[in-house]
Design a binder for this molecule. Structure first.
Ligand code: FES
Length: 124
């Protein structure tokens, strides 16, 4: 977060670089961030699995469900909430679209993991 209290956003790619149903990993500041295109809307999450920190980019994304390759934990990429096991979630990074640019904040959402469950409609 910048000194004035606002997030600093980094351009990671163009909207057309990640097709619907695809994902890509980027280095944003000191974080590895996973950007997902969900039905034309973009989400950004910590690129490490909340289980044991394995890179989620090596997982499978199908029908909005991301499966970690390491131990098959599954996540709904629309909300970031886990499916199996339940009560886990991906750490969200604020994301905004500027024209064709996909911009991701250098710092994760400060509201914490539980915010995912209440801000589903406010992710872009
Ligand atoms: S590290 Fe992802 S399920 Fe274990």
């Amino acid at each position: 977060m910048a000194e004035d209290g606002t997030d600093t956003y980094i351009e990671v790619c163009s909207k057309s670089d990640i097709w619907i149903g695809e994902m890509e990993a980027f280095k944003v500041g000191r974080h590895n961030v996973l950007v997902v295109n969900v039905d034309g809307e973009f989400r950004a999450y910590d690129g490490r699995c909340p289980h044991q920190g394995r890179p989620l980019i090596h997982g499978e994304l199908e029908d909005g469900v991301l499966t970690c390759r390491a131990h098959q934990w599954t996540f709904d990429v629309r909300s970031g909430n886990s499916i199996n096991p339940s009560a886990q979630c991906l750490r969200r990074f604020p994301l905004r679209i500027e024209g064709d640019k996909v911009m991701v904040a250098e710092q994760p959402d400060q509201a914490g993991a539980t915010a995912h469950r209440h801000n589903v409609g406010n992710l872009t």
